[in-house]
Design a protein around this ligand. Sequence first.
Ligand code: SF4
Ligand code: SF4
Length: 111
Amino acid sequence: MADPYKYDHYKTVPDPTEKINKKKKKPRLMAVVDEDNCTGCQVCVPFCPVDCIETVPNEKYNIPIPPVQIRFDECIGCQICAKVCTKLTWDAIHMLPTEEFESLYNITVAE
Ligand code: SF4
Ligand code: SF4
């Protein structure tokens, strides 16, 4: 009989991406990394279907393990990174509606 107390905590986390895709239209949501909260573990990186998560350049934080950042013009807003970070590691990625993201950071996201 299955153990009712044995949970599969990974079941809602998708597999790391195998094929890198490209953005086709402006997304509804944008992923934003809370850099002060990100451990720099890079667990989220191989899960991004468009491979747009990268390490923050060394010039910004002169520390051994810098946080990651999102190349916003490439992000498709799929939320996978946020799910992976929350489920497997920490809780450092938040999804913002694209309009809110644009007005908050005074940025226009590419179509
Ligand atoms: S999984 Fe979370 S804590 Fe780890 S690098 Fe990605 S955003 Fe940062
Ligand atoms: S939401 Fe996260 S995983 Fe999805 S495309 Fe954007 S950065 Fe990549």
